[in-house]
Ligand binder design. Sequence first.
Ligand code: E4P
Length: 217
Amino acid sequence: MKFFIDTANLDDIAEAQALGILDGVTTNPSLMAKEGITGEENILNHYKKICEIVDGDVSAEVISTDFDGMVKEGEALASLHPQIVVKLPLIADGIKACKYFSDKGIRTNVTLVFSAGQALLAAKAGATYVSPFLGRLDDISTDGLNLIAEIRQIYDNYGFETQILAASIRHTMHVIDCAKIGSDVMTGPLSSITGLLKHPLTDIGLAKFLADYKKGN
Ligand code: E4P
């Protein structure tokens, strides 16, 4: 399972990268705004900075909602750095743009996916990644994990190569449940990754090992 971090915060990205288990980064316009990154030039520079920190795919989202605009923006993003993956919303023009980019060998992440039918369309359009939003479905009392399982089954039935990128991960149990289902990738905040480190028995056991070592030395 690939681990992506879902943030535009450079410190969090560097911390996850330093752990040695990070496979990529996802961003979105809200995450950029949260870091105070505004204006086209600043946003493009920020993507470059992220690519310099992380050794893996970096999803950069288009703002346009029409095919021509998405193609123009996506091509500019893809030319920024070889690690950039063009992130497109799952709307009709987004699917058209996904097919356009996949025919050109440009990698894509189709985002804002909330149904198995949408995920099927993204795979048929040749998406590299499809991003079902687990947490946002859970937020409205809908079983987000069930969506991941449905997509897994559909992709396996037909051998689609599109990777399931479980997005909108909120906590460690989401990560574990997605791994059990067979999600290819998860993207979540730093806490959803570092939280996996924690177990009280590890802390108690380590304290005892160190104390026993001290006794004998
Ligand atoms: C996906 O790529 C999105 O950036 C993200 O996972 C959305 O998460 P949220 O629902 O916590 O905003």
